[in-house]
Design a protein around this ligand. Structure first.
Ligand code: ADP
Length: 493
């Protein structure tokens, strides 16, 4: 028989327990209710004692518990099971329950004791653990853990697939199993860092597979701590990046092949254009001699004129190709000098006279002195291109206006025509290499590189070129040459 002090100790244990400890009679009526029960279920003992236990259990579990109580009443030993409890606020939560018989001194069962523990936290952990496990198991990446001695402690299916070792073969072995000899030093420094609590993010390295092959992997390694925060190992996530590395290698190879071919093409263009220049010059000179020797009424003069015209076109094409090659090779050198832009424009208009005889080309401010510092020959080439385009793409008899303006940023030349204009979707493209607008514009002769070369020439001068245009109304091409030495500022427009 227990004495009073035993009883007091037992009573203290029951009172201070975090678990719900209660008892009921065989009809299910609650007889005792400790502080733990009040805490877990939210009812005070005054509210619960004398009530049926179904007040703290969801309806669907009540019958099962009653039949377990019957079994205990009939002599069955303690029952341990998991079910659900219901709080005073109506919320249900998972509980682990132990029901035991309460016996009197004659060993007769006189009631039932119930110990209930709230296992919500445990269930949550179990849920997260199984979620984590399913993520690890379904990952294509290798997820591996090891202790600080480098002994493998876990090995997921991704690791099996990447490295070829089954989990049973790898767990318990040293991580050097998958490290090539040349990378063993790297592993030692990784372990050192991990021991200091440092994480290693995305290092790209090489690992060895079961079949002896080596693969490129991207690895992230994090320290693993025990409950007390002590570092006990490392977890490693490794991704097989061999295919990506292979693709990058192929791409680099492809790019260098392309560069090689491109250089070859540029060299060839440069060489071919150079080589073509001499025979063209000789043909042109011979034709000119022939032209001079023929009388105006000779039947052959037309043939010679036509041939000279074609030789000129050929010569222009060759020069343009040579310029494109020079731009591509970064060899467009400028010969900078000081000259008068107005004088240059007059010279160009004079040279263009035969071509422009069906148009009226008006130069605004024909007496302005505009001294600039630039490559005269190259600026001449740009202006010839945009003025001849204005003439080419506008109807006979129309007027082409050329205006100059001296601004703070540089000298601006505007060439305006009333021609076919350019559709908005083509405006940005006309400065690209070999671009020609289709439709009616393509019926005019040309190569589509003039504006590209012009824009590049201006870019080399630190200047720029742009266009304002409206389809079927006309275009205005602008160039800006930044280096201004002196100018007649009355020109400012
Ligand atoms: P090309 O005149 O030899 O074709 P460009 O590079 O000088 O080459 O011009 C490219 C294209 O821009 C031309 O084919 C034409 O479609 C368009 N373009 C250039 N200048 C004008 C203009 N003044 N009016 C209308 N379209 C133009």
């Amino acid at each position: 028989m227990q004495n009073a002090s035993d009883f007091a100790r037992l009573s203290a244990i029951v009172t201070s327990s975090d678990d719900a400890i209660l008892s009921s009679d065989f009809s299910g009526k609650i007889v005792t209710w400790n502080n733990g029960a009040a805490h877990i279920f939210g009812f005070t003992s005054a509210e619960l004692i004398g009530q049926h236990f179904s007040k703290i259990i969801p309806e669907q579990f009540v019958d099962a518990i009653i039949s377990l109580m019957d079994e205990i009443k009939n002599g069955s030993p303690s029952k341990h099971f998991e079910s659900f409890g219901r709080r005073k606020d109506g919320g249900d939560f998972p509980v682990s329950i132990t029901m035991s018989p309460i016996r009197n001194v004659e060993f007769q069962v006189v009631g039932i004791s119930i110990i209930a523990r709230d296992i919500s936290e445990r269930r949550k952990n179990e849920y997260y653990m199984s979620l984590l496990a399913s993520i690890i198991n379904s990952s294509d990446d290798a997820i591996v853990s090891k202790n600080l001695d480098g002994v493998i402690t876990s090995w997921n299916p991704g690791a099996e697939k990447i490295f070829g070792y089954a989990a049973e073969e790898a767990i318990g072995r040293n991580i050097s199993l998958i490290i090539p000899v040349s990378k063993l030093d790297e592993e030692a420094s990784i372990i050192k860092k991990i021991s200091r609590g440092e994480k290693i993010d995305h290092i790209e390295t090489i690992r060895k597979c079961k079949d002896g092959s080596e693969i490129n992997v991207s690895v992230t390694i994090s320290p693993v701590e025990d409950r007390d925060g002590k570092i006990i190992g490392a977890s490693k996530i490794a991704r097989d990046i061999s295919q990506r590395i292979e693709r990058e290698k192929q791409k680099a190879l492809f790019t260098s092949k392309l560069e090689e071919l491109n250089n070859f093409k540029d060299d060839f263009m440069m060489m071919a254009s150079h080589e073509l220049k001499t025979p063209i010059t000789v043909i042109k000179a011979s034709l000119q001699v022939l032209q001079d020797s023929l009388t105006k009424d000779s039947g052959d003069i037309m043939l010679v004129d036509k041939s000279l015209d074609h030789v000129d076109r050929l010569s222009r094409l060759v020069s343009e190709l040579l310029d494109v090659s020079k731009i591509q090779n970064g060899k467009l050198d400028l010969d900078i000098q000081v000259f008068d832009l107005t004088l240059l424009l007059k010279e160009i208009l004079n040279d263009l006279h035969p071509v422009s005889s069906n148009h009226q080309v008006i130069l605004g401010q024909p007496d302005a002195l505009i001294e600039i510092r630039a490559d005269r020959q190259r600026i001449k080439q740009v202006l010839e291109n945009i003025i001849s385009n204005a003439i080419k793409f506008s109807p006979q008899g129309s007027i082409v206006h050329i205006e100059t303006a001296v601004k703070e940023t540089g000298v601006i030349v505007k060439v305006k025509d009333d021609g076919i204009g350019i559709a908005p979707e083509h405006i940005d493209k006309i400065f690209s290499r070999f671009f020609r607008v289709g439709g009616i514009a393509s019926t005019f002769s040309g190569t589509g590189v003039g504006l590209y070369i012009s824009a590049e020439i201006l870019r080399h001068h630190g200047g720029k070129m742009w266009v304002e245009s409206e389809l079927n109304k006309g275009s205005a091409f602008y160039i800006e040459i930044p280096t201004l030495l002196s100018a007649n500022l009355s020109n400012t427009g």
